[in-house]
Design a binder for this molecule. Structure first.
Ligand code: HEC
Length: 157
């Protein structure tokens, strides 16, 4: 009788031990899986960062010189004005918006994409002189010669 109880107790302890060991093993496996998951997550995050960096890198194109762009002296003078007054809001070689729309191909279309006005010197000149919505006017800053130079440059976009 006494041995039977002793045996049962022993079997119980053994079972408990086995369960404890099982739990430990499962726990360790779980931890391992977690580290693998974490590693996978980190490499995915890294890949995403790299992709974003690559895209941003593409956006920061090397600035071409006036000669590379084939600008004549008037157009080059217009480019300086553009850099001083317009570049902070408009990308010259992209249609992607900044504060204002990108101006690539400005005079290549019949109508300006945003305002729908005809894409000609008169209308664009007016927008530059008097501004539009968020855009300031430049009639006090640019003299008629500056405006002509600027328009000449805008025609090269
Ligand atoms: C403070 C930012 C800002 C500056 C600086 C700025 N613009 Fe603008 N520009 C805008 C915004 C915003 C619009 C859109 C206006 C609207 O809602 O129609 C715009 C519109 C235009 C348009 C019309 C686009 C269209 O599709 O209708 C032209 C052309 C233009 N700008 C040229 C220039 C030039 C050239 C200069 C430099 C002399 C300049 N802008 C300076 C913000 C700016």
């Amino acid at each position: 009788m006494a041995t039977a109880v002793g045996n049962r107790a022993q079997i119980k302890t053994e079972r408990m031990l086995v369960t404890v060991i099982k739990m430990r093993v499962i726990g360790r496996l779980h931890d391992q899986r977690l580290t693998i998951d974490r590693r996978r997550w980190i490499s995915a995050a890294l890949a995403a960062c790299l992709a974003v960096a690559a895209l941003a890198g593409c956006d920061v194109e090397r600035r071409q010189s006036d000669a590379e762009l084939g600008l004549n002296p008037q157009q080059a003078a217009g480019r300086k004005i553009y850099d001083n007054y317009c570049d902070r809001c408009h990308r010259p070689y992209s249609t992607k918006g900044k504060k204002g729309p990108g101006l690539k191909g400005l005079f290549q279309r019949q109508y300006l994409p945003l305002s729908g006005l005809p894409a000609n010197d008169d209308r664009v000149g007016e927008i530059i002189r008097y501004g539009r919505h968020e855009m300031p006017g430049y009639s006090q800053t640019l003299n008629p010669q500056d405006l002509q130079d600027l328009l000449a440059y805008l025609h090269t976009l």
